[in-house]
Design a protein around this ligand. Structure first.
Ligand code: PLP
Length: 476
């Protein structure tokens, strides 16, 4: 019988009075079709670490716990976290590599966790982090709390509208008139697409085209949520509307634009949502970032509310007040003026999102590359693999080997365009033609590179779905 043993380490060592009530659960391993015994531990503390021992691949791994959970749920969480190399190897046996996959069982757990993390707020899905119509549809279908898509271009929104989606908020400005005009048919057919604005030029351009097309364009005001702390610009360079006087300037200009309707407000606090505060080996920096985040959260909550109140004073009644991202749900959900949060990356949980203290999602998407060379003992060189993320370059933007556990990149080569050498000294016997399973960094790059995603559930491939790219689309 295969088994997993989970032992809570910290709590037993550091708290002499701690009562670790040990229970066990029966969990079925889909790949072996038998029953495995899992020891779950109730009362696990958020800071506790769990030592997981699995007889399957002689692996042992530490997992920090993301949440306080019941023993059953904890056992399941750990079970899901230990989807092993042999499990995926068996599921994908015979598949041509490289290929990308979604683990639907892990995605389901992530969706449940995200619903819980979002409190009573609606959740808009950030399509830039998904880029697959099937996945958008599937996630939306899981709860009424999931509602609407945050698109990254107007042409994408127009296409999604044609494909049956509605309530589409384009999160970045659209200026070129051809792109603005691309949404007009959808608007005329009754779909809602909001275009993002913050400058007078945006308003003038959109109003001119709307007048010409004889429609009213719903717009969204991008409220800048950076925090200007002493000596630090904490945030990203996006919107010009930072304070009440900027908001007034915007609203005064809007009054002259009879063909625009302010239907939505958005404030994205990138410095909270997109900045990890639990990066391995960076204890000092993590501490500083957490302190900055704390200050920033307080400051932006006040500012967002004040800007929202001013918008109401001008007589607008936006139906959407959007905020946050995967990394900020715990704080964004606390703001009363916010009607919805945005989540994209958290569904696939690419590895950049392992670096947050208050939540942990499961690796629900990744890709496999094939071992085609063995230049030295313990070095396995795979074909392709270099799907690196955008943003400031660094190790955190590089894909990481996921399985087998213990596989590592070669520091001087990393993940390359045509080959990716992997160092592996574990017990798994790796041969030419075997896969190495990789996790990408940000969420969007997977579907930028792959045309198809294999959907896996309970030990088998249940579907093969096209990415945007597979349907002939790129958008950005
Ligand atoms: C406007 C906006 N909202 C929300 C997000 C959050 O997306 P994710 O959940 O994928 O981090 C992003 C990401 O860049 C964004 O640009």
């Amino acid at each position: 019988m295969d088994w997993i043993l989970c032992i809570i380490l910290n709590s037993i060592r550091s708290k002499p009075n701690y009562k670790a009530s040990i229970s066990y659960e029966l969990v079925r391993f889909p790949d072996y079709n038998n029953i495995s015994l899992v020891f779950g531990l109730s009362n696990a503390n958020i800071k506790d670490k769990v030592l997981v021992l699995s007889t399957k691949s002689s692996e042992f791994t530490y997992f920090p716990l993301g949440h306080r959970r019941s023993s059953c749920y904890l056992a399941f969480y750990i079970f899901l976290n230990t989807m092993t190399y042999s499990y995926y190897s068996q599921v994908f046996k015979g598949e041509k590599m490289p290929f990308a996959y979604i683990d639907k069982d892990l995605l389901d757990t992530n969706i449940k966790d995200i619903l819980q993390r979002s409190g009573d707020k609606k959740i808009r899905i950030a399509s830039k982090s998904i880029r697959c119509r099937w996945a958008l549809d599937y996630i939306l279908s899981q709860s009424e709390q999931l509602q609407g898509i945050m698109c990254y271009t107007a042409e994408e929104a127009a296409w999604l509208a044609e494909e049956g989606f509605d309530d589409l908020l384009v999160a970045y400005p659209t200026f070129h008139q051809e792109q603005v005009r691309s949404i007009i048919p959808a608007l005329k057919s009754g779909k809602t697409i909001y275009l993002m604005t913050d400058l007078n030029e945006h308003l003038e351009q959109l109003n001119r085209i709307a007048q010409d097309e004889d429609v009213q364009i719903p717009i969204c005001l991008d409220m800048d949520m950076t925090s200007r702390l002493p000596g630090i610009y904490f945030g990203v360079y996006r919107s010009s509307v930072h304070n009440l006087s900027d908001t007034r300037r915007f609203l005064d200009q809007l009054q002259k634009c009879k063909h625009l309707r302010l239907g939505a407000l958005m404030g994205y606090e990138a410095q909270i949502a997109g900045l990890g505060d639990n990066v391995k080996g960076k204890a000092l920096m993590n501490g500083i970032i957490r302190q900055l985040k704390k200050k920033s959260i307080r400051e932006i909550a006040k500012r967002r509310k004040a800007m929202y109140d001013l918008v109401l004073e001008y007589g607008h009644q936006p139906e959407v007040v959007n905020g946050g991202g995967t990394g900020s749900l715990e704080s964004t959900r606390e703001e009363d003026s916010v009607t919805e949060v945005t989540v994209g990356s958290g569904f696939f949980a690419s590895h950049l999102f392992d670096n947050y203290k208050v939540f942990k999602h499961l690796p629900a998407a990744g890709y496999a590359i094939e071992i085609v060379r063995k230049p030295q003992n313990h070095i396995y060189t795979c074909l392709g693999g270099g799907y690196v993320a955008s943003g400031p370059f660094g190790m955190d933007k590089v894909p990481h080997p996921h399985l087998p556990t213990g596989a590592e990149l070669v520091k001087d080569e990393m993940a390359g365009e045509v080959q990716t050498p992997i160092i592996y000294k574990g017990n798994e016997e790796l041969r030419l033609g075997n896969p190495i399973f990789m996790r990408h960094s940000k969420a969007g790059e997977l579907c930028k590179h792959f045309k198809e995603l294999l959907v896996v559930s309970e030990g088998r491939i249940t579907n093969r779905v096209p990415s945007y790219r597979g349907e002939g689309h790129c958008f950005l």
